[in-house]
Design a protein around this ligand. Sequence first.
Ligand code: UGA
Length: 466
Amino acid sequence: MNIAVIGSGYVGLVAAACFCELGHQVTCVDNDPKKLKLLQDGHVPIHEEYLPELIGRHHRDRLYFSRNLADAVKASAAVFIAVGTPTKTSGEADLSFVESVARDISKAINGYKVVVTKSTVPVNTSQWIRQVLLLNGASPAEFDVVSNPEFLREGKAVTDFLYPDRIVIGSNCDRPLAVMNEIYAPLFNGSYYKAGGSIPPPAHFRNRPQVIYSSAASAELIKHAANAFLAMKISFINAVANVCEAVGADIEDVGKGIGSDSRIGPRFLHAGIGYGGSCFPKDVAAFHTVARTYGYEFGLLNEVERINLDQRDRFIHKVRSALWTLKGKKLGVLGIAYKCGTDDIRDSAAVAIMHQLLAEGAEIQAFDPAAVGRAREVFGSRIVFAQSAYEVAEGSDALLVLTDWEAFAHLDLNLIREKLKYPIVIDGRNLYNQQGMANAGLIYYSVGRTPVGLEQLTEAALGRVC
Ligand code: UGA
């Protein structure tokens, strides 16, 4: 099938490459000439597992990049809207890009099309898109609007697309379902999973995705509510971690105990410096605003957001309590991205914490396996960028772990201790085993667990006094 994908950001680009992988012909449209040139030259502008492979496999064969929305729409049976929906200062999603694309689609319609929203949008956006299309001259016979939200995690987006837990198709009538079913047929009937050369499945994938047909409004709500629930799970475990710190319990044990209840599940129960990224903060705020607009005050979401921001302050407080004053202290920072597996630093808790530490007069040298390029655009020469984790530790008063990159969990701890000026590690992601840190002679602070190694400090100090 011929498909147009409007917007070549994280969602659009991954969807376009994966639709090609399912056998379709895709034109991916973007109005940013710089990005377009990169893509047309075969470069991949984001750090995303398997995306370079897929784009390399399909570019110029089934996958084309273009600035011409009208031509792409004319040639396609389905048009996916995957443009950005940033947050306004009010917390509402800014839908002006979606509206403008809907207007452009209406001008290009030349026969029946299914217009699909992939961007995360508030409830009833499908109705608005329909209205914009009709007001701009499209006839009701020429289109239907479907909500088909994405549930992709950055870093795992390709795998999540091709091996999803569920595919949600929200439509208020049956007419567009044949097109939607044909698009996803290789996933629905499992043929993609049996084909040679498929992207490898994730460990937890069982057989085929569940398909959920609903109204457009329900599909839109599923997306917002799913993200809000996951954010709530993270804030909940962070709040429990704070109680653990107060009473001397261990959040890793408590999390395991809670998560082993099959009604709760172990995922998204990792305590830390809070969630970030371009989705959860934006979507929790947008969902909250949507509920309020329709007359319901969803107070729980206030708390989810408050606990999340509080985790950053609590971490800074931990740094202060380990080092006393921060002015002039040299801090080694491991991790800048909002989570592992991505170079994305949008609304990264690590970035917010670094800004605060700089404001308090600390000096920072930082390393991230993927996000240094983007971090340079934000921090310029205000921080020093190191080439490795060990270089970050060199001469630092303390080492701060802010992103959960797997490689950080396997560092040579003895070498880290030797390189640090003081043997202090403050871990915002609970990457290390406490005993291992103490054995390596490190003073170790983490989240929801009692600090370890402090007694060694006292003994060393006493030894010096004696
Ligand atoms: C999230 C959702 O997981 C996707 O299902 C959704 O499609 C996507 O938003 C979106 O709306 O586009 P993503 O933002 O890529 O995906 O990242 P997550 O893996 O969900 O992590 C979000 C944040 O929560 C990160 O900062 C991560 O470090 C943090 N987190 C996650 C925790 O602090 N603890 C956890 O247990 C899990």
